[in-house]
Design a protein around this ligand. Sequence first.
Ligand code: CAA
Length: 389
Amino acid sequence: MNVGIDAISFYSSNYFIDLKTLGEVRGVDPDKYYVGIGQEKMAIPPPDEDIVTMGASAAQAIVQREGKDRIEMLLFATESGIDQSKAAGVFVHGLLQLPARCRTVELKEACYSGTAALQLAAAWVQAHPASRVLVVAADVARYELGSPGEPTQGCGAVAMLVTAHPRILALDPEVGLYTEDVMDFWRPNYRDQALVDGKYSTRVYLQALQACWQQYREQSGRDLADIHRFCYHLPFTRMAEKAHERLLKSSGASATDEQQKQQMGGTLDYNKRTGNSYAASLYVGLTCLLDTSAEDLAGKRIGLFSYGSGCVAEYFSGVVQPGYQARLFADQHRTMLEQRTELTYRQYEDIYNLVFPTDGGRHTFSRYRTGPFRLAGVNQHKRLYEAAT
Ligand code: CAA
């Protein structure tokens, strides 16, 4: 029985700053950002947007179309947790009014947790084919102002419905796995910005890719030629290009720049415009590929590489299902990205420097343009969410 992704929906903030603007203020040639790291814009969450509102907004499109029936598990993957105890998914469960008969938890392993959620969901559905699982991956990437990581910030969420007989992507059972205890990127509980050994993190990413690919190849008997398109975790899009170059080189394959671009074609555009969304970012790339490919991908195999600092990584694949185009939310995604509001540098820094109130009092947050849900405020240390309209 095939199991995999039956619906996939993406959401990102309605606000962004252009990296040309950031370059002007930082005295950095914009080409360093546009070409050197391959990023153009960073999505910035306004004060009334967080992982819950973004995750619920991504998931709402699916729930409205597919119904709530038989959603027996909600897995929320994030490294931007808003509570040390309560799972962000429980807030999403409430906002979407999902059935009470549902197992809801939050998963964490840096940017890898979205893949952990997807694979756990698939295993559950294999054992319980009538059941459906909602996977939500959402993050806000935040580094210190002026640090090398700053231009790779961003935010976003992807929601996926995992079912038997999926109508978008049937997952292959073979996977390559890798765990190693390293300190390449981390965020202690008392910090709201990540710490990172940037260059080291890119080296570990590439090592993990090679180890995972090798295992995947041995397990599946497949080689590069069996994969039609390659999706990578996207901390910034140049990283994925470097990863693909490394994969080809280490496999002894030769490909022109044009062929390499084609093999990754269509996976990068959304990320260039939103920035890193950690746990969601691989799936932002997959959504982008499916939404924007001019070619019919039905029957084609997609390879996916998931990397979470710390680190855990996985190579896996899936086959695109016939008629998948009718299942996408491509128009909504395009409209969302086109209708965003550009921030000035000052507005970006003001939002960045806002401090979340921790005094236990009642605070009401200004109304910005969000998706269907917003964070209205906080009272007695309880976050107050509401429908945005
Ligand atoms: N025009 C064109 N290119 C230019 C340029 C210009 N004017 N100026 C510089 N460049 C190029 C450089 O040559 C370099 O290219 P190569 O990598 O091909 O050599 C590129 O721009 C980057 O410049 P630097 O080498 O000077 O690197 P940096 O100091 O800006 O830092 C970084 C880059 C380390 C990745 C930094 O952005 C960072 O720390 N990012 C956060 C960590 C990260 O994303 N790590 C990725 C792996 S970990 C992971 O994947 C998990 C996760 O999501 C965080």
